[in-house]
Write a protein that binds this ligand. Structure first.
Ligand SMILES: [Zn+2]
Length: 341
């Protein structure tokens, strides 16, 4: 990126009400067959234009073609039975009905390359595509085949690498792997988590990012955050490992969180995508607040390595709130940019 302080959302945006019921995770589609396929792509086009008009520098698909950031990817894989659902505890926090791994997992064809090509055709700006990370994937299904979280994670990492190469070929500039599970399962993080992440992004020429957060702004997550004490130091587990890794960019939660901003120092040398927008609140940040959050990171990251972003995806918000927050993000980055140049 040539722009100083490029601004981008994390990934998801609310969907239009004609496509699925907004402000709800795993909301069912309202269209079917060809209409659904066309509707998803129309929503993706709208999402790209909304981001561009808000003034963002990097454009995402807004995850408009997926029902959920993890399950939609898994839905396209062989070896997973979506009719056989089990209730499991996700991120050690809340129960969800998830599909079951019943055989060897495989990817017959690219899940998102066609959607990414479409997004590429919609904009001349750099585009970013998010995929679920191996640890987050294994934590969002029931495994009745491998019965080993680590083994299944390695299988998914290999599949993710195939998908990432297809996305790169489709013209994606930044491939982001979402690993909220890195803030929860610290033993696995050290044993194989970062290594599996590197397997997923191995051999790519485009930029690579990892997004680690405290989850969507839903009640189960805000309740969990309330138990984490006065200072959230979970990132101290992953950042030293990521600083040594091949990943280019680390996306983290900051604004309205209790994450001590100095943890960013642990990433020194990496690019940092800082969450300057709270996705658990409908209150729209002012550009000054966004600039203040970004400015607070400057002692710990070189300005040319700082990206402006949100704490997490915006899928659970209303479209109006998401749009206004994107404008605040772009305007806040611009304020600080003007100050620095
Ligand atoms: Zn997130």
């Amino acid at each position: 990126m040539n722009t100083l302080l490029p601004a981008a959302i994390v990934g998801s945006l609310p969907k239009p009400s004609w496509l699925s019921e907004p402000e709800k995770l795993w909301s069912p589609w309202k269209l079917h067959g060809d209409e659904l396929r066309q509707g998803k792509l129309d929503a993706q086009t709208l999402a790209a234009h909304d981001q561009s008009r808000a003034g963002l520098d990097i454009i995402s698909d807004g995850e408009q073609t997926r029902q959920h950031f993890v399950t939609t990817f898994i839905e396209h894989l062989g070896g997973v039975d979506f009719d056989r659902r089990e209730t499991v505890r996700i991120r050690d926090r809340y129960d969800a009905s998830v599909p079951t791994v019943v055989g060897a997992v495989s990817r017959e064809e690219s899940v998102f390359a066609a959607d990414a090509k479409r997004l590429r055709a919609e904009t001349d700006q750099p585009i970013k595509w998010a995929l679920p990370g191996p640890m987050t994937m294994i934590d969002t299904l029931f495994d009745d085949h491998y019965r080993s979280r680590e083994q299944l994670a390695w299988e998914f990492a290999t599949i993710l690498n195939q998908e990432a190469r297809d996305l790169q070929a489709a013209g994606v500039d930044i491939i982001q792997i979402d690993e909220p599970a890195f803030n929860v399962f610290f033993d696995e993080l050290k044993d194989w988590g970062v290594a599996a992440l590197e397997r997923a992004t191995e051999g790519l020429n485009c930029e690579t990012a990892v997004h680690i957060c405290y989850g969507y702004g839903i009640k189960a997550n805000t309740d969990w955050k309330a138990t984490l004490g006065a200072e959230w130091r979970q990132y101290e587990q992953s950042f030293p490992l990521l600083q040594q890794s091949s990943i280019d960019i680390v996306s983290l939660e900051s604004h309205n969180s209790r994450v001590p901003v100095e943890v960013i120092e642990l990433l020194r040398g990496k690019k940092v995508m800082l969450g300057a927008i709270d996705v658990a609140s409908d209150t729209i940040e002012t550009p000054e607040e966004v600039a203040t959050t970004l400015r607070s990171a400057l002692p710990f990251v070189d300005a040319d390595k700082l990206y402006a972003s949100a704490n997490c995806g915006m899928a659970p918000l209303s479209r109006r709130v998401a749009r206004d927050k994107m404008v605040a993000l772009a305007d806040g980055a611009e304020l600080l940019r003007a100050e620095l140049t």
